[in-house]
Write a protein that binds this ligand. Structure first.
Ligand code: ATR
Length: 268
């Protein structure tokens, strides 16, 4: 790459199966940008963060397990990322590192393509990092959120923080509404025959959304389809969060359809 090229990285561990290099590479090529995006399986996050400055990377995507830990290593955290408590995007402004979160916006953009969220009763399955982004985004859009988690206390803590309700996954009486969103990794490749919720309860929802996108149709989504629900996988969220990263890094509009196409082709 020439000296004036823009350099980007993914920091995670593991990163071998990530589709971000494919998606961002296609986007940059489509935009005619002289840019390189590489995935790094990070061993020492503090040293890696220093490396952003040292090597003059323009931007970094941050993934599991570093989205929270990286926050202490940055110069400034944008307000949304601070409220969510996780950073998935870093921009390097001349050595000053700023953290952003595009996961919540990515999910909301995708959901709003198919349904209105204001006043909708949404059950969020899970209370981990991915759930935090979902709950934050949903509440900001005016949805009525109820968290359902295997470990009840963890769900209660998250609900307390964001001012919504919660219950244990073992208590099925609270499971019902307009939209169900799975934020757990249950059903993800390679354990594709697993689902976080028994099929019987899915008919209580109009929409069932899985943030998992590998496989494209998880067992949860297959069951939901069989129960007559509308379904949505995590592809749209993934593409939108990546597109938002490119906007943050470059100020330019990324080719959303091209990004979606290369990801779909790889997964199909
Ligand atoms: P992430 O950052 O990807 O959200 P996480 O913080 O480890 O990952 O959170 C994983 C979430 O998936 C948790 O809510 C977890 O439930 P617990 O709090 O009870 O651990 C949920 N989860 C993981 N495996 C699960 C399973 N087999 N059934 C139901 N929920 C599960």
């Amino acid at each position: 790459m020439k000296d004036n090229a823009l350099h980007f990285a993914l920091f995670g561990n593991p990163v071998g199966h990530s589709l971000s290099p494919l998606m961002h590479g296609a986007a940059f090529a489509g935009m005619g940008l002289r840019a390189q995006y590489s995935a790094f399986c990070v061993q020492d996050l503090a040293l890696a963060a220093q490396g952003i400055r040292g090597m003059g990377l323009r931007g970094v995507s941050v993934t599991i397990p570093f989205k929270t830990a990286v926050m202490d290593l940055l110069d400034e955290i944008e307000e949304t990322a601070r409220m969510i408590g996780a950073v998935n995007t870093i921009r390097n402004d001349g050595g000053r590192l700023m953290g952003f979160n595009t996961d919540a916006a990515g999910l909301m953009k995708d959901l709003k393509e198919v349904t209105n969220l204001r006043g909708k009763r949404v059950v969020v399955l899970g209370a981990g990092g991915a759930a935090r982004s979902a709950v934050f985004g949903l509440i900001r859009e005016g949805a009525l959120v109820h968290i359902v988690n295997r470990t009840a206390e963890k769900g209660e803590r998250l609900a307390g923080e964001f001012g919504c309700t919660s219950s244990a996954l073992s208590d099925k009486s609270q499971i019902g509404g307009d939209i169900l969103i799975n934020t757990t990794s249950v059903g993800m490749t390679p354990v594709v025959d697993a689902s976080p919720l028994e099929p019987y309860f899915l008919k209580r929802f109009h929409w069932v959304v899985d943030i998992v996108y590998n496989p494209l149709k998880t067992k949860l989504l297959k069951d939901a389809e069989a129960a007559g629900c509308h379904i949505r996988n995590g592809i749209g969220m993934f593409v939108h969060q990546g597109a938002e990263q490119i906007r943050i890094w470059t100020g330019l509009t990324p080719p959303l359809e091209l990004m979606q196409k290369v990801v779909m082709e790889r997964l199909s």
